[in-house]
Design a protein around this ligand. Structure first.
Ligand SMILES: NC(=O)c1ccc[n+]([C@@H]2O[C@H](COP(=O)([O-])OP(=O)(O)OC[C@H]3O[C@@H](n4cnc5c(N)ncnc54)[C@H](OP(=O)(O)O)[C@@H]3O)[C@@H](O)[C@H]2O)c1
Length: 113
């Protein structure tokens, strides 16, 4: 599951899934989620990776298969949110939004397939 450092992966683990808790920069948050899942008897690992970076996408799947031998489900959950007046949004921010919300999920899905 991408963008899982804030806690949503707990719900999937509670339903029986072995989870890859992906994060971009929040290592401590992701580790906390993994520890919570393990404390409840679930299975989880944290894997850093930016969904907008193709090499990171490949590494995410490689680590997943290394850990679990397979995967059954991809959850494209990573997102970025910066509320501000539209006229102040920079080209860089537009590119970032597109790479995290559009290109990244497409790359993730291609790699999954
Ligand atoms: N917050 C709101 O009130 C609200 C309301 C409506 C819609 N939304 C939408 O919900 C989405 C997430 O917003 P949020 O406020 O929940 O953000 P958030 O709390 O910062 O959580 C975003 C998650 O996505 C991860 N992430 C971000 N960029 C990533 C990347 N390039 N690769 C991998 N993981 C990445 C973050 O990891 P790290 O922590 O490691 O960076 C974090 O786990 C956005 O699309 C936003 O538009 C939010």
């Amino acid at each position: 599951m991408t963008g899982a450092s804030k806690g949503i992966a707990r719900e999937f683990a509670a339903a029986g899934a072995s989870v890859v808790v992906n994060y971009a920069s929040s290592a401590a948050g992701a580790e906390r989620v993994v520890q919570d899942i393990q404390a409840r008897g679930g299975t989880a690992i944290a894997v850093q990776g930016d969904v907008s970076v193709p090499a990171d996408v490949e590494r995410l799947f490689a680590r997943t298969v290394d850990a679990y031998g397979r995967f059954d489900m991809l959850v494209n959950n990573a997102g970025v949110y910066h509320a501000r007046p539209l006229e102040t949004v920079t080209r860089q921010e537009i590119d970032r939004q597109l790479s995290v919300h559009v290109t990244g999920p497409i790359r993730m899905t291609q790699e999954a397939l």
